[in-house]
Design a protein around this ligand. Structure first.
Ligand code: FES
Length: 69
């Protein structure tokens, strides 16, 4: 198995964020582009984060029906 498969750049966490490894550009719903600056960045998929587009952990307190698949 290649290193890319063992350490993918994009990981979808069930019920939680999308993890991005390395340098990426995330475009929000308003078309604003944000660069990732950390080794691993958590991008919100539940739309409830107070620091959108980044995950702030809010998904953990949401009922299952409001959490991303
Ligand atoms: S996925 Fe974590 S706050 Fe939205």
């Amino acid at each position: 198995m290649s290193a890319a498969f063992e350490h993918p750049d994009v990981v979808l966490c069930p019920g939680g964020p999308m993890l991005l490894r390395g340098d990426h550009v995330v475009e929000d719903a308003d078309g604003v582009r944000h660069r990732t600056t950390r080794a691993v960045t958590a991008v919100c998929r539940c739309d409830k984060s107070a620091s959108f587009p980044w995950c702030d952990g809010t998904h953990k307190v949401l009922p299952d029906r409001l959490r991303p698949a």
